[in-house]
Design a protein around this ligand. Structure first.
Ligand code: NAP
Length: 407
């Protein structure tokens, strides 16, 4: 069996050995519970799909509380290096140590490895309880910019000398008057980072046959950051994908509102308006590209439409490597209780297997989750929304999925 590291080839595709080494970070809080469940499901699906011809060689790497206990560091350099060398990794959620001079370990991982696209698919799995009348109409993928906007935000506390300096600079040099006791925040949004994010969202839409890409922004208020995100998005769409895309305006003016075959429609929506649109007309939205903060909000809200955070997978993808992880955090009140829903990380694992080209195992996982939920065996979060459900533990839920692989 071909064993070793996954490699990125010159053309950007992956060379995946039959037995790839995949680094994992267990995570804090509920991390160990959902990681153990996910690992068993992934191993079970790979075994069932490839009958021993393929297998995963898991390599533990450290970060967060376990990282600190093992190495004295919250995010050891060796962890980042190992992810880079192995190209594909998976992680549980991490707590950010309060008052240790680190904004967030998760943000640091994304920024240091330049994982510029946070990709969060939101699709309804049959039988999952949902507040929507037609949750089956929700089928979107959020591409959230992962390195700037509030992730690169700079803040100065109200009354601090730094805040006073900025207020006085704005007053004397820019003619802008701000209250003396204002806290100050700056958020950068750049053309380069916007365009590579939007380009990856459009490439995804083209490859997966999605009808539209929506640029989500608050450009009516913040013209040179949020508004520029939309403007730069349209520019790259035309420049790089001219033959494959049309704008919404062209759709109506040139094509009478009938979408031509093989073209992706590029449109933009003001962020607040998009929140009501995804509730009322979810079928009109397919790929959403957004700056960091908007993407954070919309992906959690969309997760609620298809069963909640326990059902929300994700990936952080850059040019050199990718780290797969659930959308949610460490849910500390459930830590160690073997209670939480592991589907978010299990589905992130399925995304990882698809990314590696192991689509058969990924499909088995999705089918296994669907059958388990259809049988009414679910964790507490879904049980409280489903009449007559049988509540199972986190590990019990994984066990139920694995049983479905053989029958
Ligand atoms: P959270 O950990 O996502 O949990 C909030 C609530 O969401 C939970 O109490 C639970 O709701 C529900 N939930 C989350 N995961 C679930 C799952 N797998 N199954 C079922 N329900 C689930 O958010 P938080 O409490 O705001 O954040 C806690 C810590 O996580 C913070 O330190 C934060 O910085 C960190 N965080 C890390 C990441 C990451 O590692 N990528 C992401 C976000 C936050 P109920 O109480 O209603 O059951």
């Amino acid at each position: 069996m071909d064993k070793g590291k996954i490699r990125k080839k010159k053309d950007g595709s992956l060379h995946v050995p039959d037995c790839p080494i995949i680094p994992f970070i267990e995570g804090d809080g509920i991390g160990p519970d959902i990681w153990n469940a996910s690992r068993r499901v992934m191993d079970g699906a790979v075994q069932a799909a490839y009958n021993g011809k393929r297998t995963i060689d898991w390599l533990e790497i450290f970060a967060g509380e376990k990282g600190f206990r093992h190495t004295g560091e919250w995010l050891p350099e060796s962890t980042l290096q190992t992810i880079q060398e192995h190209v594909v990794a998976i992680k549980g959620p991490l707590t950010t140590p309060v008052g240790k001079g680190i904004r967030s370990l998760n943000v640091s991982i994304r920024q240091k490895l330049d994982l510029f696209a946070c990709v969060r698919p939101v699709a309804y799995i049959d039988s999952v309880p949902s507040p929507m009348k037609h949750p089956e109409r929700v089928n979107m993928v959020v591409f959230r910019e992962n390195t700037e906007d509030v992730y690169a935000g700079i803040e100065w506390e109200s009354g601090s000398p730094e805040a006073q300096t900025v207020i006085s600079f704005l007053h004397t040099k820019m003619g802008v008057a701000l209250p003396d006791d204002a806290g100050i925040g700056i958020k950068p949004i750049s053309a380069r980072n916007t365009q590579r994010l939007v380009a990856s969202a459009i490439s995804y839409a083209i490859v997966h046959g999605c009808p539209s890409v929506t640029l989500m922004h608050k450009g009516n208020i913040m013209k040179f950051t949020e508004g520029a995100f939309s403007k730069w998005g349209y520019e790259i769409a035309k420049e790089k994908f001219g033959k494959c895309v049309i704008t919404e305006d062209e759709l109506h003016r040139t094509y009478n509102g009938v979408q031509p075959e093989g073209k992706v429609v590029i449109k933009d929506r003001i962020a607040d308006m998009l929140f009501q649109q995804v509730l009322l007309r979810p079928e009109d939205y397919h790929v959403i590209a957004s700056p960091n903060l908007n993407g954070d909000y919309i992906s959690d809200a969309l997760a609620a439409q298809v069963g909640g955070l326990g059902m929300a997978p994700g990936a952080n993808i850059g040019d050199d490597c990718a780290v797969f992880e659930a959308t949610h955090g460490t849910a500390p009140k459930y830590a160690g209780m073997d209670k939480i829903n592991p589907s978010s990380l299990i589905l992130s694992g399925a995304m990882m297997l698809d990314y590696m080209g192991w689509n058969e195992a990924a499909s088995m996982i999705r089918e296994g989750i669907k059958k388990t939920i259809q049988a009414g065996t679910v964790t507490y979060d879904l049980a409280r929304q489903m009449e007559g459900a049988i509540e199972v533990t986190c590990s019990g839920f994984a066990e139920n999925i694995i049983e479905k692989f053989s029958g």
